[in-house]
Ligand binder design. Structure first.
Ligand code: NAP
Ligand code: MG
Length: 491
């Protein structure tokens, strides 16, 4: 497999101006994959300039043609599905059954969805006073900066680039320093299918250098950011200089509530997926399991054996269900939270350590971990972002709702019940951008995704995201109004 390791600026792969590189590692065994160029300020400047140069022509390219290129890209990604699945698995540690079954097909579906969106983005005619025509144009913003984290780098590349390009913007995207490879490959495929130079630029680099500078850059009209709440705050501050538009998709502490009337087998299965998929490295992970006290015992009697049976291993093995965390730094952060849980008196019901297996000893593995904790414990309030589930119990619906809404976050949450009235009440009253009823973590390019509170603002996907990447312009035309003189004069 050939790995692209340079910056992608103005349609060409180039080294960083100062020659800086950073190794990208395979988290299964920390083996070396590539030395990837790391953008500095001069490279970000060059990327923003290339995007500015490309913008006039790209924004005037017909919407149908922009859509056609996005469709072509989707087809091209589909033709390279196996290669991209392997690349994403090598760089991130996602099990190949997930990158084949979800990450790559979803990336294709997202580019296709926004390909279809390009020429359906209509303005409106607004009924105003007689004699005037008032219409609204949806215009692209210009050059948009996009900063992507390491948990779903390939998929997030499509979530960010798809709508921005459909709307006629040009893009400078900074992948996470530890997982830049799939995004660079997408850039290569974009050049191949005919995206004009400069329309898309990819600048791997350190968040504190390239990311921060992109967020501050006066030539950037908008930043779309996915990552931690702490970095999100820095982005808002950095954006103040030129008042750029900001969209933030930050962390979460998803409540997954199981009521005493739930279908237990479905809830057990769905709750395991909610937390352990992608090793729990998902902003919408169902990381707090709220169990009605009547069913807590029988639920855990089924849930814990299921969690224990999850097959940990080399993510390139098709039978592997859980791979390593994406970096040693992050594994240590998760292990640290397990220590915090113990210190605060949480009871460890399962896992709580790296697996005791020689074949996994060099990798970033942590066993599926389940603890019983109290709602105000740190591990019930802070995002752990690993295969770490905190369980608490409740008696009454109101108590469950208060617990669900009892963190600063508000991204995704779910509930399992047969009671329609309760289900819709919780859907309304949960402080959360997404609610899943008798399922968890469903996503689709047509359905808006985003949060509230410390989980950020703005929405990805669906029609909603097109508002994020456009601005409305209101145009007034005098069709037959007789305008009175502005300065009526006597005589
Ligand atoms: P992070 O710092 O928020 O990283 C996300 C992205 O922002 C990366 O591309 C990062 O670059 C960049 N970045 C970092 N500092 C920046 C700055 N000052 N200005 C602009 N961009 C900057 O997240 P992390 O440190 O990798 O992970 C920490 C925690 O964040 C996780 O444990 C998890 O709780 C949360 N997280 C949430 C999501 C999500 O999907 N919402 C995703 C990842 C992490 P570098 O790669 O160089 O750092
Ligand atoms: Mg890597």
């Amino acid at each position: 497999m050939q790995i692209q390791d340079k910056l992608f600026i103005a349609g060409r792969f180039v080294p960083a101006a100062d020659g800086a590189t950073l190794p990208s590692l395979n988290p299964h065994d920390c083996s070396h994959l590539a030395d990837v160029a790391m953008a500095g300020k001069a490279d970000v400047d060059a990327a923003v300039e290339a995007a500015h140069d490309a913008f006039p022509a790209w924004s005037r390219t017909s919407a149908a043609e922009r859509g056609r290129l996005l469709y072509k890209l989707a087809d091209r990604i589909e033709a390279s599905a196996e290669e991209l699945s392997r690349l994403e698995t090598l760089d991130t540690g996602h099990p190949i059954r997930d990158t084949r079954g979800a990450d790559v097909p979803r990336t294709v579906a997202t580019f296709r969805y926004f390909g279809g969106m390009a020429d359906k983005l209509e303005g409106t005619v607004i009924p105003v006073e007689a004699g005037f025509l008032n219409y609204l144009l949806r215009e692209p913003l210009g050059v948009v900066g996009q900063i992507v984290p390491w948990n779903f780098p390939l998929m997030f590349t499509s979530w960010k680039m798809g709508p921005a390009l459909a709307a006629g913007n040009c893009v400078v995207l900074k992948p996470a320093e530890i997982t830049p490879l799939s995004t660079l490959r997408i850039a290569e495929l974009m050049a191949e299918v005919g995206f004009p130079p400069g329309v898309v630029n990819v600048v791997p680099g350190l968040g504190s250098v390239a990311g921060q500078y992109l967020a501050e850059h006066p030539g950037v009209a908008k930043i779309s950011f996915t990552g931690s709440t702490a970095t999100g705050r820095r982005i808002v501050q950095a954006s103040a200089g030129n008042l750029k538009k900001v969209q933030l998709e930050l962390g979460g502490k998803g409540a997954n509530i199981v009521f005493d009337d739930a279908r237990i087998d479905a809830a057990v299965n769905g709750s395991a997926f909610a937390i352990f998929h992608n090793q729990g490295q998902a902003c919408v992970a169902g990381s707090r399991l709220l169990l009605h006290e009547k069913i807590a015992g029988p639920f855990l009697d089924k849930f814990l054996p299921l969690a224990r049976s999850i097959r940990l291993g080399d993510p390139l093995e098709p039978s592997t269900e859980m791979g390593p965390l994406t970096s040693t730094v992050h594994r240590d952060r998760v292990l640290q939270y397990i220590e915090v849980a113990k210190e605060q008196g949480a009871e460890i019901l399962l896992g709580g350590k790296p697996p005791d297996r020689a074949d996994l000893s060099k990798g970033c593995y942590v066993e599926p971990t389940v603890v019983r904790a109290r709602p105000l414990d740190r591990v019930c309030q802070e995002e752990v972002f690993g295969p770490f589930l905190a369980v608490t119990t409740f008696k009454e619906d109101d108590e469950a709702l208060a617990l669900a809404n009892g963190t600063g976050y508000g991204l995704g949450g779910g509930l399992w019940t047969q009671d329609l009235t309760r289900a819709h009440r919780f859907a309304r009253e949960m402080k959360s951008g997404m609610v899943w009823i008798n399922c968890y973590k469903r996503v689709n390019p047509a359905s808006p995704f985003g949060g509230t509170g410390n989980s950020g603002y703005g929405r990805e996907m669906g029609f909603e995201v097109m508002r994020e990447y456009t601005q409305a312009k209101s145009v007034w035309v005098n069709v037959d109004a007789k305008l009175p003189p502005f300065y009526p004069r006597q005589g």
